[in-house]
Design a protein around this ligand. Structure first.
Ligand SMILES: Cc1ncc(COP(=O)(O)O)c(C=O)c1O
Length: 483
């Protein structure tokens, strides 16, 4: 039988020798990134990627050297991904990442604090709570505002809807976590705009309400929720004996980046006693900018808000948060467990498991905080403003380009356009050709049934000239492929 020393070398250690080994391995990992080329993605096709990856033995009988593993990962894996920071990588809300977060990821993994209980994460719990208090107060919540980190906007929206459902049951004196849905749940409805993210529907499905419990409200031509349509939808629900348990405003829709009239929805939710949730996964960081923050007026009146740090806050995945108006709200979720959260701990030993749908959870708050502290609010605000300005510039560029047409005037970081006289299939071929050749990772979507191409600007260092180049390339490809 092997002794300890055989395996010890595989572990991270924070003694001096261990840290030296970590440094060496970290430098090798960094070197392995040098195989990433100067393109938004490699031009390898699916079959070639499949073959290259299948050549890597997953778990060899005898391990192989870390240097070799890292080297192979560099040439097979890192070299063949997409490069979110490349100015030609403009399809999704997929950001380049801030350096302080990337290096903090190493410390998060090396120290492996688990956020479920205080005894596994004493100082990490304080860091997450500190970050959440700052976020809640930045959004305009009162002193009791707090939140919890989650794995993404989808998870934050599901958690927000879980709280809304629990609050509705609580009003009937029912603990939904304990007894399940009361008969009245058949009448419960969630209202959001027809541009809201699909995770709201997914939440309704998971919560036993069903996707049909989500009532989608019409939008104005700009893509924002139409408040008259909201009133009409509510009148109809009430006439039918249905109960609006939640209203969801979107602050930055996925395709057009449009912000719903949050104040109007807040008033409506208050009138009807509904939970008010805001999905600010996309535009939440507008709050940092003196010129953009006013667009989020009303956010401070929400019961819960989704913020995605892994979008326009430039964090590596995963980094999202659900912000709530008061920590008491989490009592609706709480499940005690003898091994993790007994409730008899010393004063101040908070077990965050009671606020989350996860049990073990990463210390993602650490990387968010090292970045925010390093970059600072004014730089972050300027970066968000620059991305918005780039989308605006792209809009002007499309407008002066014969052969392309804007679907909507950009107001956020996206620019959506099509090519009059060309079919949806032509647009598909352009986007697929540019992706397959590795020349551009371009977005493709549908707005009110109209096929469209989409830029999403997540890199504030992109130049106007690079945007001119993207538009030119798309036009050329369209002409060549439609011949
Ligand atoms: C408005 C909105 N909400 C939620 C999400 C889901 O976020 P995530 O991918 O972090 O789960 C997205 C994703 O783009 C989004 O655009």
């Amino acid at each position: 039988m092997s002794n300890d020393a055989t395996w010890q070398r595989f572990f991270t250690s924070t003694d001096l020798a261990g840290l030296e080994e970590l440094k060496t391995a970290a430098l090798q990992t960094i070197d392995s990134l040098s195989s990433i080329g100067d393109a938004p993605r490699s031009s390898l096709l699916p079959a070639e990627l499949h073959a290259a990856v299948r050549d890597l033995e997953v778990c060899p009988e005898e391990g192989i050297s870390l240097a070799q593993v890292l080297d192979e990962f560099g040439s097979v894996v890192w070299a063949n991904g997409v490069v979110p920071g490349d100015p030609r990588c403009v399809a999704h809300l997929h950001p380049p990442t801030l350096l302080p977060s990337v290096v903090t990821e190493l410390a998060i993994a090396a120290t492996n604090q688990s956020m479920d209980s205080w005894d596994q994460a004493p100082v990490a719990t304080e860091v997450e709570l500190h970050l959440m208090s700052w976020l809640a107060s930045t959004l305009g919540f009162g002193a009791n505002g707090t939140g919890i980190m989650t794995s993404g906007g989808t998870a934050s929206n599901v958690l927000g809807m879980t709280l809304a459902r629990a609050a509705a049951a609580n009003r009937l004196g029912v603990d939904v976590g304990k007894s399940g849905l009361p008969p009245e749940a058949r009448t419960w409805r969630i209202l959001c705009s027809n541009q809201a993210h699909f995770s709201i529907q997914r939440a309704a499905a998971q919560l036993g309400l069903g996707r049909e419990a989500v009532v989608t409200v019409a939008t104005t031509p700009s893509g924002a929720m139409d408040l008259d349509a909201l009133d009409q939808a509510l009148e109809k629900l009430i006439r039918e004996g249905l109960e609006p348990i939640a209203m969801v405003g979107t602050a930055g829709t996925t395709d057009l980046g449009v912000i719903d009239p949050l104040l109007g929805i807040a008033e409506c939710a208050e009138r009807h006693g509904s939970w008010f949730h805001i999905d600010a996964a996309v535009a939440g960081s507008f709050i940092l900018s003196n010129t953009l923050a006013s667009r989020l007026a009303g956010i401070e009146r929400a019961d819960s808000v989704t913020i995605d740090f892994h979008k326009l806050w430039w964090q590596p995945f995963n980094a999202s948060a659900l912000v709530v108006s008061s920590e008491d709200v989490f009592d609706l979720l709480r499940v005690r467990s003898a091994y993790l959260d007994r409730g008899d701990e010393l004063e101040g030993m908070v077990n965050l498991v009671g606020r989350s749908l996860d049990t073990s959870r990463r210390f993602d708050a650490a990387k968010v905080m090292t970045s925010l502290r390093t970059v600072g609010k004014s730089n972050l605000a300027a970066m968000v403003e620059r991305c918005v300005a780039l989308a605006s510039y792209a809009g002007e560029c499309i407008e002066r380009t014969n052969g392309l047409e804007l679907v909507a005037t950009p107001t956020s970081v996206m620019c959506v356009f099509d090519a009059p006289g060309h079919s949806a299939d032509d647009l598909r071929r352009v986007q697929q050709h540019l992706l397959a050749s590795g020349e551009m990772v371009l977005g493709r979507t549908e707005i009110h049934g109209r096929a469209a191409l989409k830029f999403t600007f997540m890199n504030p260092s992109t130049s106007e000239a690079q945007i001119d180049g993207l538009v030119e390339k798309i036009l050329k490809t369209l002409l060549v492929l439609s011949d």
